[in-house]
Ligand binder design. Structure first.
Ligand SMILES: Nc1nc2c(c(=O)[nH]1)N[C@H]1C(S)=C(S)[C@@H](COP(=O)(O)O)O[C@H]1N2
Ligand SMILES: [Mo]
Length: 512
């Protein structure tokens, strides 16, 4: 066999494809591990696959593989990836561009899988992008060595030995990368174990919504937002990874008595469970940056009382482990409302993405001035003496929640049948409470909606209005009134600098 056989044999390009793909995926593991990201292209595709698997197939897999069903899935994915890699390599040997395109399509699919996992942000796509940045050049390079394009006689064709050397280097790098990824990922795994242990030791409540809070209108959002559906906003590229046993909270600044609490110290102060609605100042009218959950935690006032703030202090600057800060009025934290250092969310320990092990949540204030995740320090201070993260970027220093309401069903631009149509949604004005919600059609008279029950003034409130819909194009609008008598303004304001305002307005078609 001569060296020139390299150009004709089928297996070198196939092997090149498999190795290039493997190296790319290993690179993704390294980057995900370094950034503390949960999702890699491989994990996301695997999890999506599990979620999309029909029940009978899941049962079958559990019957056949028992507790090894996850291993079976990984082996299965390995086989599929090997076949796809080989096909991509063979394709690339014939038409380089087509092979690169096929590899790109595969990574885009992986990216879509990452994107559709709960709690992922754009940053979770970085490992997949890294996979592409490594796999595509590696594919081009290796295939070039495996199946040289017919070349002018002047350039010597690469030898099979050269290809095998390149393949060996790639395989070595891929294995080393996968190993390094595991090592780097171990920190996250340690934090996840810490969280799993608390799931049993904390004795968290069942998060069953109070009677009558959820109107259960077809197509409407549930009153309780499951953790996986809860919106997520933060500036952390790499999610802070803190084990509960390593966490401490320092209370300092303008206080008589500096305090440092461990996780056990905090939890030992006594936990309360409160339904609270959290929303983001960046939420547009009609937007979904809002969620409602059962939070378990310790009143911030109790912790501040241990430290005894000075009389001339008027603010608490909270610091997260990743350096983010919020400035919260001291009087809001001590006026008796349920401002919490939360350790639980909907009956589970806080998810990592929502601030594990401890975060703040303050009813009545937007998240950017109050809801510090991964909180590690409360610095009692004066607003005159500091600027918090978003304040330096032009957002208002104080962020009380504006009264607002949203139509969830019918959805915007929906077609509905003529006759009785349930128009339903939510309204909120945390810590003031919602007293009335009204709906109008085509700028006609306002109609009072029926309100659901609420456990306190601190949550959103569902509403429904039965509309006698006549055929044609119609415009629906909603407005809420607070318990202290403020009618939601029609004046439109963008989110910056202190929250959006205006009536949520949708157009629907009633079919005859
Ligand atoms: N450490 C940290 N905490 C943070 C933020 C952040 O960027 N970093 N964002 C805040 C903002 S703007 C909001 S709206 C809430 C969102 O909380 P969630 O992601 O649990 O929904 O967290 C707040 N806490
Ligand atoms: Mo926010």
């Amino acid at each position: 066999m001569s060296d020139s056989d390299t150009g004709r044999a089928w297996w070198p390009p196939a092997l090149a494809g498999v190795l290039a793909l493997g190296l790319g995926l290993a690179a993704a593991e390294v980057v995900a591990g370094a950034l503390g990201r949960a999702e890699t292209p491989v994990s996301a595709v695997g999890e999506e696959f599990i979620d999309l698997t029909p029940g009978w197939l899941k049962d079958f897999a559990i019957d056949v593989f028992g507790t090894n069903d996850k291993t079976a899935l990984l082996v299965g994915m390995g086989v599929v990836l090997t076949v796809l890699g080989a096909l991509i390599g063979l394709l690339a040997a014939r038409r380089r561009g087509a092979g690169l395109l096929a590899a790109t399509v595969l990574l885009v699919v992986a990216g879509l899988a990452v994107n559709s996992r709960p709690d992922t942000t754009m940053a979770d796509l970085i490992p997949t992008v890294a996979a592409g940045l490594v796999a595509l050049p590696a594919l081009s390079w290796l295939v070039g060595r495996a199946a040289p394009a017919p070349s002018p006689v002047t350039t010597p064709a690469p030898t099979r030995r050269a290809f095998l050397r390149a393949a060996g280097i790639t395989a070595g790098l891929a294995v080393a990368g996968a190993g390094l990824g595991q090592l780097l990922g171990a920190r996250r795994a340690g934090v996840e174990t810490s969280r799993d242990d608390l799931a049993t030791s904390l004795d968290l409540p069942r998060a069953t919504p109070p009677d009558g809070a959820d109107l259960v209108v077809d197509g409407a959002n549930p009153w309780r937002t499951p953790n996986g559906d809860f919106y997520r906003i933060d500036t952390a590229l790499s999610e802070p990874l803190i084990r509960a046993e390593d966490w401490t909270l320092r209370v300092r600044g303008m206080v008589e008595n500096e305090v440092e609490l461990s996780y056990d110290d905090l939890v030992g102060m006594g936990l309360v469970d409160r339904w609270l609605t959290l929303n983001c100042v960046s939420n547009e009218v009609g937007g979904h940056l809002i969620g409602n959950a059962l939070w378990t935690g310790v009143p911030i006032a109790d912790v501040l009382a241990l430290a005894r703030p000075h009389a001339d202090a008027d603010a608490v600057q909270s610091h997260s482990q990743d350096g983010w800060t919020a400035g919260t009025p001291l009087d809001v934290l001590t006026d008796g409302r349920d401002a919490l250092l939360a350790v639980g969310m909907n009956g589970a320990p806080l998810p990592l993405a929502h601030g594990f092990p401890v975060r703040m949540i303050v009813p009545g204030l937007y998240g950017y001035v109050s809801a510090t995740k991964w909180v590690v320090e409360l610095e009692v201070s004066r607003f005159d003496d500091f600027e918090a993260y978003w304040t330096t970027r032009g957002w208002a220093e104080r962020g009380p929640v504006k009264v607002a309401s949203r139509i969830d069903v019918p959805s915007s631009r929906a077609h509905v049948g003529a006759g009785t149509v349930a128009v339903a949604g939510i309204a909120w004005a945390q810590h003031r409470g919602i007293e009335a919600v009204e709906v109008r059609v085509d700028e006609g008279d306002w109609n009072a909606a029926r309100l659901a029950a609420v456990p306190s003034t601190d949550t959103w409130r569902q509403w429904v209005w039965e509309w006698d819909a006549q055929p044609g194009e119609h415009r629906l609008q909603v407005r809420a009134t607070t318990a202290d008598g403020e009618v939601q303004t029609s004046e439109q304001a963008p989110p910056a600098p202190d929250g959006a305002s205006g009536w949520h307005t949708i157009d629907v078609t009633v079919d005859g």
